[in-house]
Design a protein around this ligand. Structure first.
Ligand SMILES: [Zn+2]
Length: 202
């Protein structure tokens, strides 16, 4: 460990010393743990806001569609379980906190979909799409912070929110809802200009 700490952080342009056994300095190690990549930072609420509106509108117009119903039931199940026995559910205590504080399934689902839209549409330069880890931690962070902590400016700049919870929650949403996110994203992009139409999606 002593030896490792004599070296510079392995990120280009960062000349701070490494910490512990990490190949990065302390801040880059922290960002890697929180978001899955040393160069990722907390998401700004302003960046997500327009996508949240689109996601909400989409869900609202299609709430009778079986895919929306199915996605909603997955979120509902997760929140209900979290309330009752947090140790057996993705995100544990953090999920329980959410379930008890404005953890409305529709809000939760639209936030997760908003993150998906955001990451997907910034694909070319988005580090959130870099690996499964970054994608899942991003979803987890948004779900756990955006919904229940509306007064905070940045999403995910909460050190008390464990990296483990972010990862677990993101993994649950990624595993259970990817086909919904993909289909919804395609439908939104194709049809959202037609204001009065229901958005068809298969
Ligand atoms: Zn560094």
């Amino acid at each position: 460990m002593q030896q490792n700490m004599l070296h510079d952080c392995s990120l280009k342009g960062c000349s701070k010393k490494r910490i512990g056994l990490s190949k990065y300095c302390s801040s880059h190690t922290r960002y890697k743990a929180l978001y899955g990549h040393p160069l990722l930072r907390a998401l700004r609420k302003d960046d997500l806001e327009p996508h949240i509106k689109r996601a909400q509108q989409f869900i609202d117009r299609n709430r009778e569609h079986r895919k929306v119903k199915h996605a909603m039931s997955k979120v509902h199940y997760w929140l209900t379980k979290a309330k009752v026995s947090p140790s057996n559910i993705a995100g544990g205590k953090d999920a329980q906190w959410l379930a008890k504080n404005q953890g409305d399934p529709e809000k939760v689902l639209s936030s997760a979909l908003a993150f998906w839209l955001f990451a997907f549409e910034n694909k070319e330069d988005s580090l959130w799409y870099e690996t499964v880890e970054t994608l899942e931690k991003g979803i987890g962070t948004v779900v756990l912070t955006l919904v229940a902590r509306p007064s905070s400016h940045d999403v995910g700049f909460h050190s008390y929110l464990k990296a483990k919870s972010r990862k677990e929650v993101g993994n649950y949403f990624h595993t259970e809802l990817t086909s919904f996110f993909v289909a919804a994203t395609i439908a939104i992009q194709q049809y959202e200009d037609e204001i009065n139409l229901k958005i068809p999606f298969e």
